[in-house]
Unconditional design. Structure first.
Length: 479
């Protein structure tokens, strides 16, 4: 009985929805009791992790030449009206501020294209200014009408938006590829999240974009979550906001614009979902809110002294660490920090002090080992790498085993219902294929997510209309 009270034990793969709701509460990631629908309070355990996530994404962008900005949260209505697809796509989701007499009607930004590009028009004059690469870390607001879920879909989310202007379409397309590479370097190699980048079908593009490319991550419940997307906006926005430059040939030309949007708070949802297990959260080392928890077996003076000594040693070596010197029993503390997903736990008692050995628990493999105290830093350096590699490997394996080739509508249904992604030949992701996608949506409740950017050639006919297939597409249920 006692044990049940303190352990977190919900079978993640059997009841993902309950698991997700409970772990957010138990691990104190967010408090959903804030009294505005669709808005939540982010608590320290999620903020600490997200701060690290922001750091890795921003430093990667900066390395590739993006410069940071902070734009105003408000955007005048007239800016939205300048690009017709954009205004049509976003207007239903905009929070409007009550108009002040004699001033422009203002929106809380749902995304900032229409804020950035009017400034681009002022800042960009010559081909020498290009490429012009920016980003900002911001919170954005969208009036979601679908049911909201903490981190996954809220009315306010925390993200990074990168906006770039280029001289040619080719340069713009290279930027799109660079954004996809950034996604791999950060989402996969640091956060440990596998994904596929899809070119979205014509009917599922970002409002105002020529092409949209988006990364889908697979949730344990078989639904995909759209994570960063990058858009080739072409010259539509440049024309709407008059963003021109004088080219080498002295002619005035419109720039080509791209934008990229990794939503850190939404990516955090995938980190919870992909890495967690029945005991609770599991964090990759680099983005763990704290990396090491030190738990003493007793509150004896000598033991506490050793705990402090170890803590300062780790702090000095840039390892984020906390100690648990509460009066809870050691076992209770162990379960608590395992549930919170701390990658390493150091256990210290009189026995450890005497033998000059420490007991270390690894959350990723759920195992304890003994090491010599003097080797602690070397051990952490080596093990932290192993932990990240291990989590990535596990996540990759799960993802790869969940993509199934199908040859008929019945098979799509079977695959989707078993919580997997179906891959099949399909007529087209241009406008002509929309009808076939609607049939899949209506009869199976799943969406054509698009085509993989790794060239895959169809061999046969569209799985729905039987016309010659132009693409291989992926079909999944989505959040
Ligand atoms: Zn078709």
């Amino acid at each position: 009985m006692e044990k049940e009270k303190i352990t977190f034990n919900i079978e993640k793969n059997k009841n993902f929805s309950e698991w997700y709701t409970e772990i957010i509460k138990k691990a104190e990631l967010a408090d959903i009791r804030y009294n505005v629908k669709g808005f939540i309070v982010f608590q320290p355990w999620s903020v600490l992790a997200m701060e690290k996530m922001f750091h890795f994404m921003e430093s990667t962008l900066q390395k590739k030449g993006h410069m940071p900005y902070y734009f105003p949260t408000v955007i005048p209505e007239k800016n939205f009206k300048k690009e017709s697809h954009h205004v049509k796509g976003f207007t239903p989701e905009v929070f409007w501020l009550e108009a002040v007499k004699g001033e422009d009607k203002l929106a809380l930004r749902p995304t900032s294209e229409t804020a950035f590009y009017q400034m681009f028009a002022l800042w960009i004059n010559s081909y020498k200014d290009l490429p012009f690469k920016t980003y900002q870390r911001a919170n954005v607001f969208r009036y979601e009408t679908k049911a909201t879920r903490p981190f996954l879909r809220s009315r306010e989310f925390h993200w990074i938006e990168a906006h770039c202007a280029h001289a040619t379409e080719k340069d713009a397309m290279n930027q799109v590829h660079e954004d996809m590479e950034t996604t791999k370097e950060v989402l996969h190699d640091i956060y440990g999240l596998p994904f596929i980048f899809f070119q979205r079908p014509e009917w599922d593009k970002f409002p105002g974009a020529k092409y949209t490319y988006a990364a889908d991550v697979l949730n344990p419940d078989g639904r995909v979550v759209q994570q960063p997307s990058t858009h080739l906006l072409e010259q539509e926005f440049a024309k709407a906001f008059d963003v021109k430059f004088k080219d080498k040939d002295e002619k005035e030309k419109y720039v080509y614009i791209t934008c990229y949007g990794p939503a850190i708070s939404r990516i955090f949802a995938s980190i919870i979902a992909v890495h967690g297990d029945d005991k609770g959260l599991k964090f990759p080392w680099k983005i763990a809110p704290i990396q090491v928890i030190i738990v003493p077996f007793s509150l004896d003076k000598d033991v506490l002294k050793k705990v402090d000594e170890l803590k300062f040693l780790l702090i000095k070596n840039n390892i984020s660490v906390q100690t648990d010197i509460s009066d809870k029993r050691p076992g209770e503390k162990f379960y608590y920090w395992e549930m919170k997903g701390v990658p390493l736990r150091i256990e210290v008692g009189k026995k450890e002090i005497q033998s000059k050995e420490l007991t270390i628990y690894r959350r990723d493999i759920d195992k304890k080992e003994k090491i010599k105290e003097k080797d602690i830093l070397k051990y952490i350096e080596k093990t932290s790498n192993e932990i990240d590699k291990n989590l990535i490997k596990q996540a990759d394996k799960l993802f790869d085993n969940n993509i199934i080739n199908v040859g008929s509508k019945v098979e799509i249904k079977k695959v989707i219902e078993s919580g997997k992604i179906a891959r099949c030949d399909f007529c087209s992701i241009s406008k002509t294929g929309e009808h076939c996608a609607e049939i899949i949506e209506k009869e199976i409740g799943a969406q054509v997510r698009g085509k993989n950017l790794k060239k895959e050639s169809p061999k046969g006919k569209c799985i729905i209309c039987n016309k010659k297939a132009e693409e291989v597409v992926y079909i999944a249920r989505a959040y």
